[in-house]
Design a protein around this ligand. Structure first.
Ligand code: NAD
Length: 276
């Protein structure tokens, strides 16, 4: 039980990586607050955890709304008494198609995507820090993206925000080290989750795309899973990594190394098939 008696807030916990992390942490003895804008989704995840003997609560928390963040932190403190871990996982490009090249979107879209992927994680972090500072211990985890460090498709607002997350985590690691609060970042490669739904619906075309992407871009030649991310998250949020802070860990099947020396152009692939 690597997280026995710990309490974690996991944002974007309704599906994908957040759901995987919530299950992994609960199985290690952690009480988990599963938070998301998808209320039915978080309720279902919390029920699954409780059904298998774990401790969980669910909360509607839009990470771009300070009032919902405050309410959720109060609820977690009321129910579980403390906060030891924050996993800033919620993010993505909901409500858009994949493309985000220069000249294809305006200021409002920039603000919306940066708000979800950079400002939101900062706001949730600010809300839990007073508790962690008082305890003089805590673990913060941020989820960036391979596109922030090695883009193979142009998504300016999203990749800029995800690069910002690495800076945010690093600065926090420096600032909070005297409080024994650690802050680290995972950079996921391509992970098979509902994240890809806005790009390609599940089906044979998506399977072919994943297969081409894995073969050309991922040295281990497969897509990652939520479980792959959850294992790394457990390491970075437990005492297994008690002397690790300010680090950025690629959980990406060997990316950004190239498996065959060719750069797989996601945009060209989709355009050639009339999918973009
Ligand atoms: N899947 C990938 O290949 C991949 C690759 C690199 C980075 N990422 C990043 O990993 C994280 C998890 O992605 P995933 O693949 O599990 O995606 P996902 O779409 O499966 O899950 C993301 C969750 O975040 C929630 N969410 C979105 N906006 C929110 C908001 N404002 N407030 C609260 N919750 C919100 C969604 O409702 C959803 O449940 C994201 O930050 C994403 O940007 C994903």
């Amino acid at each position: 039980m690597l997280l026995k008696d710990k309490v974690a807030i996991i944002t974007g916990g309704a599906k994908g990586m957040g759901r995987g992390i919530a299950h992994k942490f609960a199985a290690e003895g952690c009480s988990v607050a599963v938070c998301d804008i998808d209320v039915a989704g978080v309720r279902a995840v919390a029920e699954e955890i409780k059904a298998s003997g774990g401790k969980a609560l669910s909360a509607r928390m839009d990470i771009t709304k300070s009032s919902e963040i405050e309410e959720t932190v109060a609820k977690v403190l009321d129910e579980f008494g403390t906060i030891d871990i924050l996993v800033n996982n919620a993010g993505g490009v909901p409500g858009t198609h994949a493309t985000g090249a220069s000249g294809t979107f305006g200021e409002d879209e920039w603000d919306r995507i940066v708000s979800i992927n950079l400002k939101g994680p900062w706001m949730v972090t600010e809300a839990v820090l007073p508790v962690m500072k008082e305890k003089r211990t805590g673990a913060l985890l941020f989820i960036s993206s391979m596109g922030a460090v090695s883009p193979v498709v142009s998504v300016l607002h999203y990749h800029s925000a995800k690069a910002g997350v690495i800076g945010l985590s690093l600065n926090l690691a420096f600032e909070l080290a005297p409080f024994n609060i650690r802050s680290n970042t995972i950079v996921p490669g391509p992970i098979e989750t509902p994240f890809w739904d806005s790009l390609l619906p599940a089906g044979p075309e998506r399977d072919a795309f994943f297969s081409a992407l894995s073969k050309h871009e991922v040295p281990l030649e497969r897509m990652g899973s939520a479980e792959d991310i959850a294992g790394a998250a457990l390491f970075l949020c437990s005492n297994l990594s008690s002397f690790v802070t300010g680090q950025t860990l690629c959980v990406a099947g060997g990316q950004p190394m190239m498996s065959n020396g060719a750069v797989f152009n996601i945009e060209r692939y989709l355009k050639e098939r009339g999918l973009l």
